[in-house]
Design a protein around this ligand. Structure first.
Ligand code: FAD
Length: 422
């Protein structure tokens, strides 16, 4: 059994949705495009799962956040998706023959393939701890995870949650749990939260804010084991430092791993992802990779990176489709890394790279503050909490310009004004 398509998008997440939108904008003939997705629903804006979806009042629910609602672009209708999505898992791929074999036993052949398989949440078992299958241990990567997190949360009102991991999933979930009136303790091995991005000064602001909302932090240690009741539910969390935390529920956010396994040994990999060039094309001319799974050249830094951010998923997908349809007219992907988060009443944006020396600015006891990162005499990264649209645009613009910075004290004195006037 088999079918052939001109274009196949493998994956049904954010990048897949934006690639599909770009194809439709440029005009598709019937039967040209197939999206293969193992998710039971059409592509949606994944960031909503740790924000609006977890709210106790008027939570966000599909179809409200299907792509491409988030970017204020026209939405691909459920009917459109129904006609174009094959709802199954791809079990194996043969890049030389240009075929994919699905779990339903169908062979799909393509002329051009876009890999948009994203990533999966790392499991505790990969760190030697058992218990992921317990009904009150939650992960958060897809809609099924989010539904089960909501159910567990609703059954724990007034109870205790332990959040494992101090990255953005941990931080956003902890905030949502508090809003749902659950007592939260966050546990992570680093010295402070968001260790991959925040400086100690920035982290201390957010940790103080969280503590004012009742969140407790246990830092510098990791989970060593769970205690279970007779039904297999977790009742307590044991930490390597010897402490024991009673728990009605656990949320685990300890990182992700790109879904590359179908292509290992067939395409060149780098930085844990599928290596692509400036047109998002892999080591095989007929295959492109976008979103979380792609390791792409960041022109601004002159090196290959893999980024796990929604903006990259959207823009890389769009660029790949443009490169496929208009190869002569399409230049190299020139992406400014961008990441954001929203928790409680807080909201921040980050652009560029957080390497070199950090210069903090603004009022760290108030509500608007930020930092620049200076490397090799140039501004390479900017962070801003509590900015206006214009201010965020200004830090993005300043970061892209990579201006030379001679006097760090002067930059600190100018603060946000530097970005607004550069
Ligand atoms: P995904 O959206 O993960 O899509 C991958 C798709 O491929 C899925 O549909 C999957 O089922 C499918 N798939 C995989 N393998 C197969 C297979 N073999 N066969 C069939 N289908 C397959 N980023 C931000 O910048 N800001 C945020 O605030 C933010 N919040 C987030 C909150 C949560 C809860 C999560 C999970 C992520 C968040 N992100 C955020 C990250 C952002 O959502 C991702 O970077 C983005 O979803 C990546 O898009 P993608 O299409 O590459 O992967």
């Amino acid at each position: 059994m088999g079918r052939a398509f001109l274009y196949v998008i493998l994956g049904g997440g954010v990048a897949a949705g934006y690639a599909a939108l770009e194809f439709t904008k440029r005009g598709l003939s019937p039967g040209e495009l197939c999206i293969i997705s193992e998710e039971p629903v059409a592509p949606y804006e994944r960031p909503a799962l740790s924000k609006g979806f977890l709210l106790p009042e008027s939570p966000a629910r599909l179809p409200a956040f299907h792509t491409c609602v988030g970017a204020n672009e026209e939405r691909l209708t459920p009917k459109w998706y129904k006609e174009h999505v094959l709802g199954t898992r791809v079990k194996s791929a043969d890049v030389r023959r240009r075929t994919l074999l699905t779990a339903t036993g169908e062979t799909i052949s393509y002329k051009i393939l876009i890999i948009a398989t994203g990533a999966r949440a790392l499991k505790l078992e990969e760190f030697g701890v058992n218990g992921s299958e317990a009904e009150n241990v939650c992960y958060l990567r897809d809609l099924a995870d989010a539904n089960s997190l909501v159910n567990v949360m609703q059954s724990c009102a007034g109870g205790n949650a332990v959040v494992i991991g101090g990255g953005y999933i941990g931080m956003e979930c902890a905030a949502s749990l508090v809003i749902n009136k659950i007592n939260v303790t966050m546990v992570f091995p680093e010295e402070h939260c968001m260790a991959r991005l925040f400086t100690p000064k920035m982290a201390s602001y957010y940790e103080d804010y969280y503590q004012s909302k009742g969140v407790k932090f246990i830092k510098g240690t990791v989970l060593s084991s769970f205690e279970f009741d007779s039904s297999g539910k977790v009742t307590a969390v044991n930490l390597r430092d010897g402490s024991r935390l009673p728990a009605d529920m656990v949320v685990v956010g300890i990182g992700i791993r790109p879904n590359t396994s179908l292509f290992e040994g067939q395409l060149t990999l780098e930085k844990g992802g599928i290596k692509v060039n400036g047109k998002l094309q892999t080591s095989n001319n007929s295959v492109y990779a976008v979103g979380d799974v792609a390791a792409f050249p960041v022109k601004l830094f002159g090196e290959t990176r893999r980024l796990e951010h929604v903006d990259l998923a959207r823009k890389s997908a769009k660029h790949a489709v443009t490169a496929i349809l208009e190869p002569e007219k399409t230049g190299e992907f020139d992406y400014l890394p961008f990441f954001y988060s929203r928790v409680f009443a807080l909201s921040w944006q980050f652009y560029g790279d957080n390497v070199g020396e950090a210069v903090h600015f603004g009022d760290y006891s108030g509500s608007t503050f930020g930092a620049y990162w200076i490397s090799k005499g140039h501004l390479v990264g900017s962070f801003l909490e509590g900015g206006t649209k214009e201010e965020y645009e200004a830090i993005a613009h300043a970061t892209r310009l990579k201006p030379a910075i001679e006097d760090l004290a002067e930059l600190e004195r100018q603060g946000l004004n530097f970005a607004l006037t550069v």
